[in-house]
Design a protein around this ligand. Structure first.
Ligand code: NAD
Length: 488
């Protein structure tokens, strides 16, 4: 099936969606959207300039200042957010097709991401509807109480690697608490997000609560995050981008929640169930085409089990089924866009130059007429100082480092600018407890790959982020606390 043929001519062009309607098509840079599996142009987006971003912010402001959304009870908002969940699930196949077309992710891995998008709306509707305030009566002549209020208009910026799952997370955590927003998705993946935004309105979201602008980061994104009319910024993307976004928001004294990059250590101790560790580390680095913030991209292996582990891990990586992302049997599809593929491949040369040994991969996958397909790549690095161990490559590229004892493993894990997650593979309770305590990362997964509990805080230490998504952490960012004292 050629998914490009599914897009009706009037669905190819992606424009802004402001105040409940597609923005009128006018002048504006047109940017081609390319299906990474076919390298065919499947659509265009019309880039929003500063003026159009201003219109979107004004719509979100009107909806916040005078619209029904912030004034509804949380149960009324919850009813609409539940309908959004249902409508997303009713349009699962359509969203799936658009997401695969934009990202090249295998349909099997996108399927759960559509479910995750629906779950995000349900989860944060529940969180918002169960928030409680506080009262203080220590001085019996006064009642002092603390309430939470929506904070205002948010600028939300999303990446391309899991568009629906990540944008829905940002939207849901923001609007569930009564805020309004302007979303800018990645310029590489606009179609599924536009459809999700439309579906939110089909489900009854009032106009102006969720506005969408499309375009490149340095044009549309910068106009949005530096706009004086926004009250906060929610960003998911790379750490370097996070730096410029925080600087822009800082000039207007606006708070940011930043979910950024990673170079997470996956530590295989000699006390691990090796089969389980091999399954888990393979999934940790090669699922989602290796394009995941939480990838276990640095695999640290205890020397005593290194030969056995590396042999099996490499064999299994070579057997990963690369192919058309629409084939349900495909395990790895093409990378998201050409420049990204070229960057990932450049790390094979970097690895060789810095004394690493390429155990498999390091080149484009053969047998494809078109598409940004790359072989699963494994490099035995000279040491943890190597660039392949320090820089986020964001592709199917595993960097292996050997260690002798648990203390050394933790030291290597922590010798990184990042601290998003870490994986610990061991059946020795003392080893797992000490590693979990001493590793500086926001989430530790012990003998499990990627158990993402949406209720629990998720975010990074160090350059992996500022702030946390999750139940009370999201509420803390997206609400203001107000203290009122009344004598009586
Ligand atoms: P990116 O930083 O290049 O872009 C992210 C978004 O920011 C895009 O929409 C882009 O257009 C926009 N942008 C770029 N420059 C901007 C600017 N100056 N002002 C405003 N917006 C700007 O990231 P990416 O390549 O789309 O995504 C991959 C990165 O995202 C990786 O580093 C990955 O680890 C990270 N990520 C983190 C998480 C997390 O939860 N921590 C989740 C997914 C992805």
């Amino acid at each position: 099936m050629n998914i490009a043929t599914r897009l009706a001519p009037d669905r190819r062009l992606v424009t802004s969606f402001i105040d409940g309607a597609a923005a009128a098509t006018g002048p504006g840079t047109l940017i081609e959207v390319i299906d990474p599996a076919t390298e065919q142009v499947v659509g265009e987006l019309r880039e929003a300039d500063a003026g159009e971003v201003g219109q979107a912010v004004a719509a979100a402001r009107r909806a916040f200042d005078t619209g029904p959304w912030p004034r509804m009870s949380s149960d009324e908002r919850k009813a609409i957010l539940y309908r959004i969940r249902d409508v997303i699930l009713q349009h699962r196949d359509e969203l799936l097709a658009l997401e695969v077309m934009n990202t090249g992710l295998p349909v099997a891995s996108v399927a759960w991401q559509v479910s995750r998008a629906a779950a995000n709306f349900e989860m944060f509707a529940d969180v918002a509807s169960t928030l409680a305030g506080q009262t203080f009566t220590q001085d019996p002549r006064y009642l002092t109480y603390v309430t939470r209020e929506p904070k205002g208009v948010a600028a939300l910026i999303a990446p391309w690697n899991a568009p629906l799952a990540l944008a829905s997370m940002r939207i849901a955590t923001c609007i569930a608490f009564g805020n309004t927003c302007v979303l800018k998705p990645s310029e590489y993946t606009p179609h599924s997000i536009l459809r999700m935004v439309e579906l939110c309105h089909v489900a009854g979201l009032p106009n102006g609560v969720l506005n969408l602008v499309n375009g490149r980061g340095h044009v549309t994104g910068e106009s949005l995050v530096s706009h004086p009319g926004i009250d906060m910024v929610g960003f998911t993307g790379g750490s370097e981008t996070g730096r410029s976004i925080m600087a822009a928001a800082g000039r207007n004294l606006k708070p940011c929640i930043l979910e950024l990059g990673g170079k997470s250590a996956s530590i295989v101790f000699d006390s691990a169930d090796l089969d389980q560790a091999i399954d888990g580390t393979l999934m940790g680095i090669f699922s989602n085409n290796g394009q995941q913030c939480l990838a276990g991209s640095r695999i640290l292996i205890q020397r005593s089990v290194a030969d056995r582990y590396i042999d099996a891990f490499t064999r299994r990586a070579r057997a990963i089924r690369i192919g058309n992302p629409l084939d349900p049997n495909t395990e790895m599809g093409p990378l998201a866009f050409r420049r990204h593929m070229e960057r990932v491949l450049s790390f094979a040369d970097i690895a060789r130059a810095e004394g690493g040994e390429i155990l498999t991969g390091g080149k484009r996958a053969e047998g494809f007429d078109a598409g940004y397909y790359v072989e699963p790549t494994i490099v035995l690095a000279k040491d943890n100082e190597a660039r392949v161990c320090q820089e986020e490559i964001f592709g199917p590229f595993a960097s292996l480092v050997l260690f002798d004892d648990p203390e050394e493993a933790v030291a290597i894990a922590n010798a990184s600018a990042f601290g998003l997650v870490s994986y610990v593979w061991s059946n020795d309770l003392a080893v797992t407890m000490k590693a979990s305590r001493d590793i500086r990362a926001g989430t530790i997964w012990v003998n499990t790959p990627m158990m993402r509990e949406l209720r629990a805080p998720f975010g990074g230490y160090k350059e992996s982020g500022i702030g946390r998504d999750g139940m009370s952490s999201s509420a803390d960012f997206f609400t203001e606390l107000k203290t009122t004292s009344i004598p009586y």
